[in-house]
Design a binder for this molecule. Structure first.
Ligand code: NAG
Ligand code: NAG
Ligand code: NAG
Ligand code: NAG
Ligand code: NAG
Ligand code: NAG
Ligand code: NAG
Length: 881
């Protein structure tokens, strides 16, 4: 009797013992199968350290009996997290399935009638012996070794790591192995119940400089940016304490891979098909959380700003043309459609002398898969090479691995997918006509002599205004009939009878009985609806200012009167004749969208009166000019305090709490108490103004939406707002509801409490933004560490923690789990209310199919708020199963 037969017998005995003792997992005490054994039904292999388990499984929700051979975590109780599937396209339809090792060294899956449904690729080494075995390693790799040794790399005949499904585990490679002829990419499951390949893939594209793309079908969604020898230029923060990342770029193979320093930490990188995202999940305290995901912000979307445009989240709007370039279609560009990109202001001369270069810094390199790379060149040679090729439009260093840029990459194609970061990434040298370079140099020099420049502007503006003055002075469109005298009187009246800012809640529209003007149910709302619907109303008592009054108040829009820039134009501080200070928002001229926003804002705000909403005093329309006149806010916007180290100290805890409560009340009024249901859509620190007494007032209703009585949700095709504050379902699907405002409110509260911006407070060591960071600390019971140092001491930490908890409830992924603002106000103002435990913040925009029905049930759901939250509590952490 040979040794192997003995082993086989022993195994059989063990299996029999296991079966009779009713502990089927005991049969899983092996980590390998060989030529003489097989794995059937619910038998499993468990890796030696008990990390991973391999066996047949039926995906959640697959009730047709399909089973697949997969690998999952052995140590995690609860829903199975499958990290690899062998036969993702070939399910076993008649159970039980069986895994065997065939004589020619292939793993084969047989179904209940012994038909082969799947087999692995032919072994890469020809010397399959009788001792060949497939062993599940603690890395999650199923390794078939020709001689059963398992450890010797020479003997690897096949391994599951070469055939990733939707998950990249530590140590797996994503990329191209040219020697072995293997391409390793990860592709989403078709659905949570179907592991067959879906349409979202993350893969390496080689050529020029290598870079990774997230694709949906053929459409590019996101790219990591080219590898520059040091970093992936689109992932400048790819550093974290717990991980090491590796990109290997050589003639033989190119790949991305990562490792975890602490082997007890479980982490996986997954392509999420529903969200169209690449996500990193880590297991913390028994639950999966994904702090890290791409695309993260609007600038991450592939070629967001078109050819020769670049994106910067710190700017509004985020897209700009590269220096020396102008929008291809200025109209589209103004309407925030940047896809057309930019074109040169001046054509290149192309004779080798008439052109030069302008350097732009901190850049994600343009897509370089079609770029030309010369590894050996110096930057100077690169410049010459670029000048010598008429089609070359830009160059950069190709290899930054030594800390200095060497090598040469130049582009003879459109520059796509550039973005600017706040930190150093890489310089790109843009080729421009010499005349443009001279102009840019002159402009740069001009910047040092600002006063001169602003004088020029005043003259220009004054001249334009003078011309406009001659034109008929018309004001708010629906009041054209009113006489000049009436207008004048009203204007004077209101100017002098503005209620003090401490005037308490005024809800005039509750007592007025008006015929309902709510939108026709079932009608698909769009950007325009909700707008003219109210135009017929006669109850808008809005003062109309003459243009000359405004010009006098603002010194003809003098530069020194400028106090800021809203979404659609600059804001000026002004003093009316009677001494009242006002803020004048002057809409950008000729912007079609601005006009629409203007009408929207006037009609909305005129109807809203609340202590925590900024008060509209009047408006003015004059030809192309449109202006809104607001009460002046002495302390400007909230962001100037909380994000400023010095001014932040002026806002102690009690003040911050009052501000939070004030904003909550203002928002509650908008959502629930005013006659209309109003979604602000752009709540953020810079849109909260502070009056003389630091009472917060919500402002900027330029993109607000009005809903009729029963309407709770709408979809929009045009997602506008501010990243960092946008809820996932709005950012990804354009789904608008009051819960999207609640999300923004939650972000804002965290910012107020921590004194840090959500956007731009990315923690490189931890790989999290503010929401993720807050969540992490909260879950570890370290919520107190979030509080801004500027808060000082001497206050009740429990109340501050209550604010954090409420904020985390507000930023939950599922809109239905977020509280209504009325609940928020209650939770904040009562020290005894029992609050639900928050779930992971919203980074998972995939589950919108049910949102419509959910949101329309918002009110009833909130009555059972605590229950709903608890029921959902466990499901949010798991993505694919
Ligand atoms: C495994 O299958 C056997 C028989 O098919 C069944 O009795 C047993 O409960 C199963 N075990 C598990 C853990 O599903
Ligand atoms: C499948 O093959 C095994 C062994 O080769 C045999 O014992 C079994 O009866 C076969 N089952 C069917 C359904 O043919
Ligand atoms: C396979 O066998 C051949 C000859 O038997 C030997 O030269 C070769 O080194 C073996 N390869 C491996 C990977 O063991
Ligand atoms: C992913 O890689 C496999 C081969 O490993 C290939 O068949 C498939 O086409 C690739 N998918 C994409 C989208 O490139
Ligand atoms: C610039 O070049 C484009 C095409 O190369 C041409 O159509 C255009 O007329 C040129 N513009 C000027 C001002 O020469
Ligand atoms: C310019 O560079 C491109 C890309 O390397 C190349 O295809 C083309 O032939 C070059 N043109 C000239 C005139 O050298
Ligand atoms: C980048 O430069 C380093 C030396 O600084 C060199 O070792 C490496 O091979 C270069 N990489 C490529 C892809 O040329």
């Amino acid at each position: 009797m040979s040794a192997s037969t003995l082993v086989h017998l022993l195994l059989l005995l063990l299996a029999a013992a296991a079966a009779t003792s009713f502990t089927p997992t005991a049969s899983a005490s092996t980590d390998a199968i060989d030529r003489n054994s097989s794995l059937t039904g619910n038998q499993t292999l468990v890796s030696a350290g008990g990390v991973y388990e391999l066996g047949f499984f039926s995906p959640a929700g697959a009730d047709d009996g399909r089973t697949y051979l997969g690998i999952w975590y052995a140590s995690i109780p609860g829903p199975t997290t499958v990290v690899w599937v062998a036969n993702r396209q070939d399910p076993v339809l008649s159970s039980p399935g069986a895994l065997q090792l065939s004589a020619d060294g292939r793993l084969v899956i047989l179904d209940g009638s012994n038909a082969t449904v799947w087999s692995s690729a032919a072994p890469t080494t020809g010397n399959i012996t009788a001792r060949a075995a497939a062993r599940l390693q603690d890395s999650g790799n199923l390794v078939l070794s020709a001689d059963g040794s398992g450890s010797d790399e020479q003997s690897v005949a096949w391994q599951s790591f070469d055939y990733p499904t939707d998950t990249l585990l530590p140590g797996m490679k994503l990329g191209v192995d040219i020697r072995a002829g293997i391409t390793r990419n990860i592709t989403s499951w078709r659905s949570p119940s179907d592991p067959s390949p879906g349409d979202v893939t993350f893969k390496l594209v080689i050529g020029g400089l290598p870079q990774f793309f997230l694709l949906r079908g053929d459409e590019r969604i996101y790219t990591s940016g080219p590898w520059n020898g040091d970093i992936l230029t689109g992932v400048p923060y790819l550093r974290a304490q717990a991980f090491t990342f590796e990109v290997v770029y050589s003639a033989d193979e190119t790949y991305y891979s990562y490792f975890i320093r602490d082997p007890s930490l479980l982490s996986r990188l997954v392509v999420d098909g529903a969200a169209t995202q690449l996500k990193r999940f880590s297991l913390n305290n028994g639950a999966w959380s994904s702090f890290w995901y791409y695309p993260t912000d609007q600038c991450d979307f592939y070629a967001k700003c078109g050819p020769f445009g670049y994106c910067d989240t710190a700017r509004s709007p985020p897209c700009s043309c590269l220096p020396g370039f102008v929008p291809r279609s200025p109209d589209q560009w103004r309407q925030r459609d940047w896809s057309g990109g930019c074109v040169r202001a001046t054509n290149l001369s192309c004779d080798g002398t008439g052109d030069g270069f302008w350097v732009v810094n901190r850049m994600k390199l343009p897509q370089a898969t079609d770029a030309t790379v010369y590894a050996g060149m110096t930057l100077d040679q690169c410049r010459q090479a670029c000048l010598g090729n008429c089609s070359c439009g830009a160059y950069a260093a190709a290899n930054n691995s030594g800390g200095v840029g060497v090598g040469c990459v130049f582009w003879t194609v459109d520059l796509l997918d550039m973005r600017q970061y706040p930190i150093v990434v890489q310089d790109v040298y843009i080729r421009l006509a010499q005349s443009d370079i001279d102009a840019l140099n002159a402009a740069a020099a001009d910047n040092h002599q600002r006063p001169q420049k602003s004088k020029l502007i005043i003259i220009v503006v004054a001249t334009i205004s003078g011309v406009l003055l001659v034109a008929a002075v018309g004001c708010c469109f629906w009041m054209m009939k009113k006489t000049k005298a009436q207008r004048k009187r009203q204007s004077d009246d209101t100017a002098s009878s503005v209620p003090p800012s401490t005037a308490d809640f005024q809800l005039p529209y509750r007592v007025r009985s008006q015929p309902s003007l709510s939108p026709v149910r079932g009608q698909q709302p769009d950007e325009v609806s909700g707008e003219l619907r109210y135009a017929g109303e006669k109850d808008v008592d809005l003062p109309l200012f003459d243009l000359d009054v405004i010009l006098a108040a603002t010194d003809s829009f003098a530069e020194h009167k400028k106090i800021g820039a809203g979404g659609f134009g600059p804001v000026y501080m002004g003093v009316l004749e009677d001494g009242q200070q006002v803020a004048v928002k002057r809409l950008s001229q000729g912007s079609a969208q601005g006009a629409r926003e203007f009408m929207n804002e006037v009609k909305l705000i005129a109807k809203l009166q609340h202590r925590n909403l900024v008060r509209l005093l009047g408006c003015c329309i004059d030809n192309d000019e449109r202006m809104l006149v607001y009460e002046y806010m002495h302390n400007q916007s909230l962001d100037t305090f909380i994000f400023d180290e010095a001014k932040g100290r002026l806002l102690r805890w009690q003040k911050r709490f009052e501000i939070i409560l004030g904003i909550a009340r203002g928002l509650q009024y908008l959502h629930e108490d005013s006659r209309f249901r109003i979604i602000h859509r752009d709540l953020k620190a810079s849109n909260v103004l502070l009056d003389r007494n630091m009472v917060p007032k919500i402002s900027d209703f330029g993109i607000a939406r009005m809903f009729g009585g029963d309407q709770t949700t709408a979809y929009t095709r045009k997602v506008i707002g501010t990243y960092g504050y946008m809820s996932p379902e709005y950012a990804m699907d354009g789904l608008i509801s009051i819960k999207s405002d609640v999300f923004s409110f939650g972000v804002l509260v965290l910012e107020i409490v921590t004194g840090r911006r959500n956007r731009g407070s990315y923690q490189p060591e931890l790989d999290v933004n503010l929401l993720g960071y807050a969540w992490m600390l909260w879950r570890e019971g370290r919520g107190i560490e979030l509080l801004d140092d500027a808060l000082g001491g001497g206050f009740h930490h429990s109340r501050a923690l209550r604010c954090v908890q409420v904020a985390l409830l507000c930023v939950e992924a599922q809109p239905r789990n977020r509280p209504l603002m009325s609940s928020v106000v209650t939770m904040l103002s009562s020290d005894n209310a029992v609050l639900p435990e928050p779930n992971e913040p919203g980074v998972n925009p995939g589950m919108t199919t049910s949102s419509d029905t959910e949101s329309s049930r918002t009110r009833s759901a909130t009555a059972n708020y605590v229950t709903v939250t608890r029921l959902e509590a466990r499901s949010t952490g798991h993505s694919s199963l």
